[in-house]
Design a binder for this molecule. Structure first.
Ligand code: GLA
Length: 666
């Protein structure tokens, strides 16, 4: 072939390549944001929607409909890797009309290579869309953020309408988050005996005493309690202490647990007086997994599983039914409806609880305690019969059935209370605690009224052994991660809740939401919390001395979930007998350091990273109020890290934690 023909052929192919490249993502193409892979998007509620609002409706801002765009929800981050020749980003942003008449408010932000390039004013439902038109040549990392504008994330339905890139768009990639593995950090309990759970237990004079010593180690174990006061005995085979004390006082004892490998011993103080709940309660509650499907057999299976999983050996002791065990007169389900009370006015159970006393006896026979639930109003939150007007009679029934714990949930009492004054907020709780005081049985009282009237300031004075500090942590399944940081970290810190929790009364930021939970759509599904977030919840709850009440499916607990729930060194922080709740000592953007002072003079420290990327978090001795060489132990790994001066720093994953115990070196 002559050379000229060869050269012409080459030129033709180059032209074809150039033409075809400009058709498939050359210099001046446009591409819609909604046609990219946005699966790595993070948001505070729901999932990212392409060409729809976050609720799956047509995109619409201030009455104007949009054919395409992206619907999301604060706080959200859409992150993209761009080609340097992608030179323009355009969109119209605003709050979707689905949020009209609601209090949403959002700030839209575009960040280029980590710096803010553009920011919208505060956008509210009904505000006309704001156009965005940005030059972005050379930018590699683009983030589209829709952030809560300060009033919480409710109804923050954020639309990036008509969002389009222009330029070389062939290489735009949706960012992919690092996959977080569910790493089991804690070694399994060893074969040697180890005594766990609370070191101080409160009982009232004359009340029946029931406490099973929690201990791990190869079975069979032998239990002994030295200096057990008269009136109490311990079963050497089961470790159950039972009996009655007549006289108030502090009774220091030593618990010994042995097997053929050795003996563990630990002080255990029985405090006979008027104060129950000397350390935060530990146990299980039915609500977040079983909601209105709870039944006798579910409760018995949960009690069985507390034993077979070994959770009982780590201190979990209460097995609590939540709402939906009484009758729901308005229900058309024959299992639930019927008369709510008998002719004498005694409260009746629904048909899913044919033998409440038998069920409670069964729970007790496992060495566990049983809890129940009602409301001071005429109906519970789910519309079941509750205590209003029958408080004394209902409590007597609970005593007859043998319950040890009562959650008293405000619910329909909102229609009874005259106003929101502190006196009205306190009234039903004063009434019920007065009745409980007169019973021949110890019943822990959990106040559930979502933090109204700064309940932490008076919860213990009205007889509460714990009080919910905020709304339902898992009220929105998709929003659990957001609620964890909002109610756990921010409500607690901004109201200085650490000042109010103490032996006998604890701040309760709600249940541990691990394992399988209800998604409120009729299914039980794995928790939306990532592994790091689960470590974060358990660490924070222990640092702030919160009740450790797990509310996932007891019968489907995997190894990872069990490892998060049963690390004895973390639980020891929660149950520390000094009973001084921890608090945030340092916040640097997304990085936070929390501290809790422990009885033995050491401090537990949580290094938290609320950010989206791994980051190094540093605890400075100066902030912790300590000096000199300190011994640092990693509590999740149960591993000594050695001696440190001045500070301890470690890299912490997205939404994760490193929890250490710091002890002065001699
Ligand atoms: C309220 C409480 C929850 C749960 C439900 C039951 O929402 O806060 O913890 O008890 O009621 O209906």
């Amino acid at each position: 072939m002559p050379n000229r023909i060869k050269i012409t052929g080459l030129l033709i192919s180059i032209v074809i390549i150039l033409i075809s490249s400009s058709c498939t993502g050359g210099k001046n193409d446009t591409i819609r944001l909604s046609s990219l892979d946005l699966s790595g998007t993070r948001q505070g509620w729901g999932t990212v929607m392409l060409d729809k609002s976050v609720t799956g409706k047509d995109l619409s801002i201030a009455g104007k409909k949009y054919e395409y765009g992206v619907g999301t929800h604060s706080n959200s981050r859409i992150r993209l890797e761009l080609h340097k020749n992608t030179f323009r980003f355009q969109a119209e942003v605003g709050v979707d009309d689905q949020a009209l008449d609601h209090p949403g408010s959002i700030v839209f932000i575009v960040k280029a290579d980590g710096k803010i390039l553009w920011q919208s004013p505060v956008m509210k439902p009904g505000s006309p869309a704001v156009p965005v038109d940005l030059k972005i040549s050379g930018v590699k990392d683009l983030e589209l953020l829709a952030n809560d504008a300060g009033d919480g994330i409710d109804y923050d339905h954020a639309d990036w309408a008509l969002a389009t890139f222009t330029g070389n768009v062939s290489k735009i990639n949706g960012w992919k988050p690092m996959v977080e593995t569910a790493e089991i950090l804690t070694p399994k309990p060893g074969p040697m005996p180890r005594i766990n759970g609370t070191k101080r237990f409160g009982v009232r004079p004359e009340s029946p005493f029931l406490f099973k010593i929690p201990a791990t180690g190869t079975r069979p174990l032998k239990y002994e309690v030295v200096n057990l006061p008269a009136g109490l005995t311990v079963d050497a085979e089961t470790g159950e202490i039972a009996g009655k004390l007549d006289l108030p006082g502090e009774y220091p004892t030593t618990v010994k647990v042995s097997n053929n490998l050795g003996t563990a011993e630990r002080p255990f103080v029985i405090v006979c007086g008027n104060t129950l709940g000397l350390t935060p309660q530990m146990g299980w509650n039915s609500w977040y997994v079983w909601e209105n499907n709870v039944s006798d057999s579910i409760m018995r299976a949960a009690a069985d599983a507390l034993v077979t999983t070994g959770m009982i050996d780590h201190g979990y002791m209460y097995v609590n039914i939540d709402d939906c065990w009484s009758v729901k007169p308005t229900s058309d389900n024959p299992e639930l409806n019927g008369p709510g009370r008998d002719r004498k006015g005694d409260l009746l159970t629904n048909k899913r609880f044919p033998d409440m006393k038998g069920m409670v006896d069964y729970i007790h026979s496992k060495g566990l305690k049983a809890g129940t639930y009602t409301s001071p109003g005429p109906t519970t939150c789910a519309g079941f019969v509750s205590a209003y007007g029958y408080e004394e009679q209902d409590v007597r029934k609970f005593v007859e059935w043998g319950f040890d714990f009562l959650k008293y949930d405000w619910c329909s009492y909102g229609n009874i209370a005259k106003d929101q004054s502190i006196a009205e907020l306190q009234k039903p709780y004063l009434l019920i605690s007065g009745i409980l005081q007169r019973q021949p049985r110890d019943i822990i009282l959990n106040l559930c009224q979502y933090g109204m009237g700064q309940v932490w300031k008076w919860g213990q004075a009205v007889g509460g052994n714990s009080w919910r500090t905020a709304g339902d942590l898992g009220g929105s399944f998709e929003g659990i991660g957001t609620a964890l940081f909002r109610d756990g970290f921010d409500v607690y810190s901004s109201d200085s809740l650490h000042l109010y929790g103490k032996p006998g009364g604890w701040n309760d930021p709600d249940y541990l939401l691990f394992g399988f939970l209800s998604n409120w759509k009729g299914q039980t599904v794995p928790t939306p919390l990532t592994p790091n977030e689960q470590y974060t919840q358990m660490s924070l709850w222990s640092l702030v001395a919160a009740p450790l009440i797990f509310s996932g499916d007891m019968t489907r607990i995997d190894e990872f979930t069990l490892n998060v729930l049963t690390n004895d060194e973390i639980i020891e922080v929660d149950q520390d007998p000094l009973g001084k709740p921890g608090y945030r000592i340092n916040k640097n953007g997304d990085l936070e350091v929390w501290k809790r002072t422990l009885e033995d003079g050491s401090i537990a420290v949580g290094l938290f990273n609320r950010g989206e990327e791994p980051a190094t978090v540093t605890a400075y001795w100066q902030d912790l109020g300590i000096t000199g060489k300190q011994h640092v132990r990693d509590l999740w790994r149960q591993k000594d890290l050695g001696g440190y001066n001045i500070q301890y720093a470690e890299k912490v994953g997205r939404h994760g934690v490193v929890m250490v115990k710091i002890t002065p070196e001699l």
